[in-house]
Design a protein around this ligand. Structure first.
Ligand code: ZN
Ligand code: ZN
Length: 75
């Protein structure tokens, strides 16, 4: 597994903990995706810190921020 934003793999973290590092993030805002079922391609895999940060940026900018735009922000 690797974070879609910062590309970290957390290989130094013991394997049994690594799954807790990564969280699923909706690529399309849930309120825009509507009622349809969530598909795998609707989800990005983000590490917990990137996931926290992307939602902080979205709240700050008051608009949706894509994963690639967020990746450019964190460099
Ligand atoms: Zn990350
Ligand atoms: Zn999210």
């Amino acid at each position: 597994m690797r974070c879609d934003a910062c590309s970290r793999e957390y290989g130094e973290v013991p394997e049994y903990l690594r799954t807790s590092v990564f969280e699923a993030h909706h690529v399309v805002p849930v309120h825009l995706a509507g009622e349809r079922k969530t598909r795998v391609e609707d989800l990005a895999l983000l590490c917990a810190s990137c996931h926290r940060l992307i939602h902080r940026v979205i709240a700050r900018e008051k608009r949706w921020i894509g994963v690639s735009e967020f990746a450019a922000i964190i460099g």
